[in-house]
Design a protein around this ligand. Structure first.
Ligand code: 13P
Ligand code: SF4
Length: 307
């Protein structure tokens, strides 16, 4: 079957919009109506007039789109496409953690479940996290969840202490500092750039730290030629398209890794065939109770209005 032709046909027939994250496989990025980072994708979800949102990303992203658009159908090619970071923060344990830190403002990274969003005051993404933290009055204490690496990075950048939830992303914790430094020796002109979900020792050697969109903008604006990119390797598709002459190297992972760890196993569950099927069958669709949806919407709206 010609999936490109069929997906384009279904897109018109069903007035659907395909939103894809930069970590999707190249062919899904190429057929999407919009490719972006978590913030851009939420903003697109908030303003689309399509009848059906086809979310080529992971569950928390599609769930966020559904929270914003209760009356639209939101489908995800594979319902099992989760996120290790979101999984590292179960709602019952987080609720107990919150009780241990009363009167704290809760800022949660968008990579979390609707239940965690409902327990939060403000949602942030990696591209607006600093702004969201700075929006909290200086006399207020903050809980930052679920990513401890992004949290630690923000504490350092802003100079403001926060209580951190101990969560992380399996992909961004797999980069090998030794191999990155060896590559830097091999390519002395290379710029190391990293996503803030990466560990502290990686961020320490990075010349630029930013969200996926931030990393793309940095490479595009630079006159330099070689970049070692510490984030999920799917981003190289878009980066290479925008910078055909530049030498882009995916940051290597640890020796003991047995998997292709700079690929997110959840993001890569989506395929062209599953994308076609979810559009044809309008399933699997994201469902959420109205009570939970309303609670989870408030901190998302706060983020969108401040962004
Ligand atoms: P951004 O696209 O917001 O940088 O986030 C990366 C990520 O981990 C998505 O899961
Ligand atoms: Fe989650 Fe990490 Fe995959 Fe992003 S790359 S979806 S944070 S597991």
């Amino acid at each position: 079957m010609n999936f490109v032709k069929e997906i384009n046909r279904l897109k018109k027939e069903k007035n659907a919009v395909i939103l894809a994250h930069y970590y999707q496989v190249g062919e899904i990025q190429d057929i999407a109506d919009y490719v972006g980072d978590s913030l851009g994708l939420s903003q697109m979800a908030a303003k689309t007039d399509a009848d059906m949102i086809v979310f080529a990303g992971v569950h928390f992203m599609a769930e966020t789109a559904k929270i914003i658009n209760p009356n639209k159908k939101v489908v995800l090619p594979d319902l099992e496409a989760g996120c290790s970071l979101a999984d590292s923060c179960p709602a019952t344990s987080f609720s107990a953690f919150k009780k241990e830190h009363p009167d704290h403002v809760v800022i949660s990274y968008i990579n979390c479940s609707a239940e965690i969003k409902a327990l939060s005051d403000i949602i942030c993404t990696s591209s607006n996290a600093k702004k969201m933290v700075e929006s909290v009055p200086a006399d207020k204490q903050i809980i930052f969840a679920p990513d401890k690496n992004l949290g630690r990075y923000l504490i350092k950048e802003i100079g403001r202490d926060m209580v951190l939830w101990d969560g992380s992303c399996i992909v961004h914790e797999s980069f090998s500092i030794d191999k990155i430094l060896a590559l830097k020796q091999q390519y002395p002109d290379a710029h190391i750039i990293a996503h803030p979900e990466s560990e502290e020792h990686i961020l320490k050697v990075a010349e630029y730290t930013g969200s996926t969109t931030g990393l793309l903008n940095y490479v595009k604006a630079s006159d330099d030629e070689v970049f070692i990119v510490a984030t999920e390797s799917g981003i190289l598709h878009q980066m290479q398209k925008e910078n055909p002459t530049k030498h882009l190297i995916a940051a290597p992972m640890n020796e003991d890794s047995t998997c292709a760890c700079n690929e997110c196993p959840y993001m890569k569950m989506n395929t062209m065939e599953k994308l076609y099927l979810c559009m044809r069958d309008e399933s699997p669709a994201i469902e959420i109770s109205d009570e939970l949806r309303k609670k989870a919407l408030l901190p998302i709206e706060r983020m969108l209005s401040l962004s």
